[in-house]
Write a protein of this length. Structure first.
Length: 412
């Protein structure tokens, strides 16, 4: 697949053509595994067993590994493990050093370069954890970490301190304690299951967990946070969907960052979840080399809608240790948001947030549309830069004066 966001080499196609190319749905194909039996390839257990986990495997499959990648991969299993499903590996373009999937998945030596302001727990989760594996940061909802394993590992992972256990965090969630805490706190109306990836649990284990949570009268709403439909669409079986739909209202957030991740296989898997009545949202992380480009982001959010997924959050990359090479700037994030709002369907526009470093929660960040507020009016601009006036008394009560377009170009 070569529909990447690379700007290097040759002339750029016209903007419209580039957008259409980025939005095209393609299969990940079978790649190096073309001789594997179809029933194995579509078996999620086979995919997990055959993940790429070592530098030797990577070198064999990708002779174009750079020295930075080789060095990073050799060290990865002391920090955040290397693991990529064969299915997802096929999305990497080995001929392209700027491949957006490659930057997300292949360890690099820059992961060992750390700065004093970077953290192993940038969202302060451990300090808001009343029992191991439960984060209670907001008043009415909790984050329930059910496993430390994922189908594949993202190099910018906010929870790299615990996922994969490469750095020895030794995470052993005890569901009884977590469930007892939720049951004892009647203010908790919303439980988000995450990890690691909750869809790595067997259907039976997940069903048991969801049943126990549903039995708590004050739990109104269940959510799953998962990247499995993207790394391992084979996991989204009809049986899994039939089981999940018994626990409504249940929402599911996937995590994708680049339009190339939305393959025909992923579209079908997300369709099965949507057909089970599960509302779907997407969380993206703004990443250098991946999606720090307005056209790429526009193609991505439009493609998500075609997969029946609402783009939910765009995260500024957390200050995770060793992530500087992947972090795009806040000003790039704002510029991208500026180019989305008004320029495409409102449903396609995510909320851009910074998870406040150290544990202050998600804070929405937006381009400035309100230009000034004074005694009699609010001045604001639209996506084209045209300035408007909304009359309003100083105390906020409406006035009878109709709004009108005004000319104050110095405010634009
Ligand atoms: S899937 Fe989520 S939890 Fe797992 S490595 Fe990626 S970002 Fe981290």
């Amino acid at each position: 697949m070569h529909d990447d966001n690379s700007k290097a080499g040759g002339e750029e196609p016209p903007a419209g053509q580039r957008l259409e190319a980025l939005k095209e749905f393609r299969s990940a194909g079978r790649g190096f595994w073309r001789d594997v039996a179809g029933k194995d390839w579509s078996d999620w257990h086979w995919q997990l067993t055959h993940r790429i986990r070592t530098v030797e495997q990577l070198r064999r499959l990708m002779p174009t590994l750079t020295p930075e990648e080789v060095a990073g991969t050799q060290l990865a299993n002391h920090k955040l493990a290397l693991a990529i499903t064969p299915y997802f590996f096929n999305l990497i373009d080995p001929a392209d050093e700027n491949c957006p999937i490659r930057w997300q998945m292949i360890p690099r030596i820059e992961e060992t370069h750390t700065a004093p302001w970077e953290m192993s727990d940038p969202c302060g989760e451990d300090s808001h954890s009343p029992v191991p594996g439960l984060v209670h940061r907001y008043p009415d909802r909790v984050l329930f970490l059910v496993t430390d394993r994922c189908a594949a590992y993202c190099r910018y992972c906010t929870r790299s301190r615990l996922v994969s256990n490469a750095s020895g965090y030794d995470f052993h969630p005890e569901f009884d304690k977590q469930i007892a805490y939720i049951a004892a706190h009647s203010e908790i109306r919303d439980v988000l299951l995450s990890g690691g990836d909750p869809l790595l649990l067997s259907d039976e284990k997940l069903e048991n967990l969801l049943s126990r949570l549903r039995a708590i009268p004050h739990v109104e709403f269940l959510r799953l946070g998962t990247r499995i439909p993207i790394f391992l669409p084979q996991r989204v079986t009809p049986e899994l969907c039939a089981m999940l739909k018994r626990f409504h209202p249940l929402y599911l957030s996937v995590h994708t960052n680049h339009p190339r991740e939305l393959t025909t296989e992923v579209r079908d898997a997300l369709g099965r979840l949507a057909d089970a009545g599960i509302p779907l949202g997407n969380q993206s992380v703004l990443l250098k080399h991946v999606n720090d480009d307005a056209d790429v982001m526009k193609a991505h959010v439009q493609k998500l809608l075609m997969c029946r997924v609402k783009p939910y959050y765009l995260y500024q990359c957390d200050l995770i240790s060793g992530s500087a090479h992947l972090r795009a700037s806040v000003s790039q994030g704002l510029e991208i948001m500026e180019k989305l709002r008004g320029h495409t369907t409102g449903y396609a526009v995510p909320t851009y947030v910074i998870d406040a470093p150290g544990g202050g929660g998600k804070v929405p960040i937006s381009p400035e549309y309100v230009l000034c507020r004074n005694a009699g009016r609010v001045l604001f601009r639209n996506y084209e830069g045209t300035v408007f006036e909304y009359p309003e008394a100083a105390d906020g009560t409406p006035t009878c004066k109709p709004p009108k377009v005004i000319e104050e170009p110095e405010l634009v």
